[in-house]
Design a protein around this ligand. Structure first.
Ligand SMILES: *Cc1c(COP(=O)(O)O)cnc(C)c1O
Length: 395
């Protein structure tokens, strides 16, 4: 099956009793047993639920893999992987650019328990090679990253990790399985914030872990039930519904991101655009090799003050100012005050996350309307004050 066919057919046969072409929502806590301990494959919804099961089958297939476990959020999914594999005294190696919530979980939850968190620039493979050693249990990466959309060489990093005996975990939230297949590049586990492009409509929070090796996946699958961070059947059904249009949505998201990135590069109030599809992007060549498209996200550096960045992000007509991404409705975010506010200011500066970096998640609106909204918003800021004027008003 091709990708679009899988989103509609994988794990989703018509319902056998009535022929309903859409899977029902099995909104139930428990299942009547035939005799004590004798059941039809389901005994309690934390352990397993038919609606959730269908979703797990599709998600595994979309990643070209064999196993999946769905969780109540992306962070609950990450927690299951880290609890399974990151023990006190063992190390996880992560790039500087990692999702703010992942950064917080590592430093506020796992580090105080004695786990070693090592950060290194993943675009410098020699540096990765130096820090990954036999004490490294997990090498964790996102690509493209949040919010600067840096692209890391998943195959090269996987070779380094595997040579040291470490597992490779890829957060594939930004790329999505539509544009990137991490298992083919060497990943051992893939994690998703299903909240974003997979569900696609900004109407739920959900996560998933996908595995392609039963032995590596099993400890995480065990923790889905043992820790209990599962989503409800209705949210699983909403994701199944959202997935059916995933290819159509991703094509439009990518078209819109390209249009937006090109328009931004031409505006005098834009200092720098981060989009892997631009030949000027430092990860463009790797992205061409390891992705089949450049994704739907665009970030840019405003040529202006932090106050202007805040005013711009609050002034748009179609881009709603809000956390999250990957929905049919366009969203804009100022990472330093929102998604990345939990990273200390000094660390943000060290990572190059400036106060005027703006992240855009173009939705499925028309490219013309989205571009006009951004250009009008930038035009409203007026010309940039010259250096002497800026200094006289202290900015
Ligand atoms: C949103 C996000 C997460 C966290 O997922 P939740 O569903 O919000 O818990 C993890 N990684 C990335 C890249 C994200 O964008």
């Amino acid at each position: 099956m091709d990708f679009a066919t899988k989103t509609i057919h994988a794990g989703q046969p018509s319902e056998p009793q009535t022929g309903a072409v859409v899977s029902p929502i099995f909104q139930t806590t428990t299942y009547q047993q035939i005799g004590p301990g004798e059941h039809r494959g389901f005994d309690y919804t934390r352990t397993s639920n038919p609606t959730r099961k269908r979703l797990e089958v599709v998600l595994a297939e979309l990643e070209g893999a064999s196993h999946a476990a769905v969780f109540g959020s992306g962070l609950a999914a990450e927690n299951a992987i880290l609890t399974a594999y990151l023990k006190p005294g063992t190390e996880i190696v992560v790039p500087g650019d990692v999702y703010g919530g992942t950064f917080r979980m590592l430093h506020k939850v796992f580090e105080p328990n004695g786990c070693i968190i090592t950060r290194v620039d993943f675009s410098d493979l020699a540096a990765v090679q130096r820090v990954v050693t036999s004490r490294t249990k997990i090498v964790w990466l996102e690509s493209p990253t949040n919010p600067r959309l840096l692209v890391y060489d998943i195959a090269a990093i996987s070779r380094i990790a595997h040579a040291a005996g470490a597992l490779v975990v890829v957060d594939n939230t930004f790329a999505t399985p539509y544009f990137q297949q991490p298992f083919a590049l060497g990943a051992d586990l893939v994690v998703h914030s299903v909240t974003k492009y997979l569900a696609g409509h900004s109407d739920l929070v959900q996560g998933a872990v996908i595995g392609n090796d039963a032995a590596i996946f099993e400890p995480v699958g065990f923790l889905q039930n043992a820790l209990g961070g599962v989503p409800g059947p209705f949210d699983c059904w909403l994701t199944l519904r959202g997935l059916k249009t995933m290819e159509l949505r991703m094509l439009r998201h990518a078209e819109n991101a390209t249009a937006v990135a090109e328009a931004l590069t031409k505006h005098s109030r834009v200092r720098r655009v981060y989009f892997p599809g631009l030949p000027s992007h430092p990860g463009h060549d790797i992205a061409r090799r390891q992705m089949t498209g450049f994704g739907g996200m665009v970030s840019f550096e405003l040529d202006g003050t932090p106050e202007e960045a805040a005013a711009f992000t609050s002034s748009l007509k179609y881009f709603a100012l809000g956390e999250s991404l990957g929905g049919v409705r366009a969203l804009v975010c100022l990472p330093c005050k929102m998604t990345h506010a939990s990273i200390p200011a000094a660390t943000r500066a060290e990572l190059g996350l400036s106060d005027t970096l703006i992240r855009l998640s173009p939705g499925c609106e028309s490219p013309r309307d989205l571009v006009a909204d951004l250009v009008e918003g930038l035009d409203r800021l007026g010309a940039r004050a010259n250096k002497a004027e800026r200094e006289s008003v202290g900015v």
